[in-house]
Design a binder for this molecule. Sequence first.
Ligand SMILES: C[S@@+](CC[C@H](N)C(=O)[O-])C[C@H]1O[C@@H](n2cnc3c(N)ncnc32)[C@H](O)[C@@H]1O
Length: 205
Amino acid sequence: MAMTEDLENYFRGLVPPRSEFLRSLEEEARQERIPIVGPVVGELLFILARVVGARQILELGTATGYSAIHLAQAVEKEIGRVVTLEAEAAMAEQARHNIARAGLAERVELRVGPAQSLMAAMSGPFDLIFLDIDKEGYLPALTECHRLLRPGGLLVVDNTGFQGAADFNQALLADRRWRSVNLLCWLPEHSPEKDGLALAVKVSP
Ligand SMILES: C[S@@+](CC[C@H](N)C(=O)[O-])C[C@H]1O[C@@H](n2cnc3c(N)ncnc32)[C@H](O)[C@@H]1O
């Protein structure tokens, strides 16, 4: 059977439905030109966290809290928690406000500062790590991501199509302590819509 001719338009019609609140965060990010993952990758993060049975999640790059909200929705109340790291104090304040409005403040711990130094002082293990900071920071963060993930834990990396992520992509591919795939995707309402997304499992210490 032939595929539909206008695949992009067709898939735009399949973007997950979401609350008015999440739509307002998407609008806020659009107006302030803040690159967030959008509804498709947001839902993907929720699904991946559930599949992994994640209780402890680490996010690098909070921005306004949109992806942290999806991750926090996936963890069980009172058992699970999302630790999210944001370099900019004003952005962190905006995220704190949004996360509280989502009723998820108790499940999210927001730490302010450069991810690399915050991670160096942290101990894991985390079940899932979502990497979404400045792309030049990806490679320097990889060693800490490996240390902080539990064996079998999942690393999800956004924006791997960016030039700044090129050395990270090569390092991840070459490192046999990970099994990984790097996908070229077309993701409606993701910033940008055509981009890469990497998934990696920690297979050895
Ligand atoms: C792409 S946005 C994150 C979007 C967010 N994950 C979402 O989808 O809702 C990247 C954020 O990471 C922050 N950031 C960039 N480099 C950072 C670093 N080295 N440490 C901590 N935060 C960083 C930026 O200030 C920005 O708010």
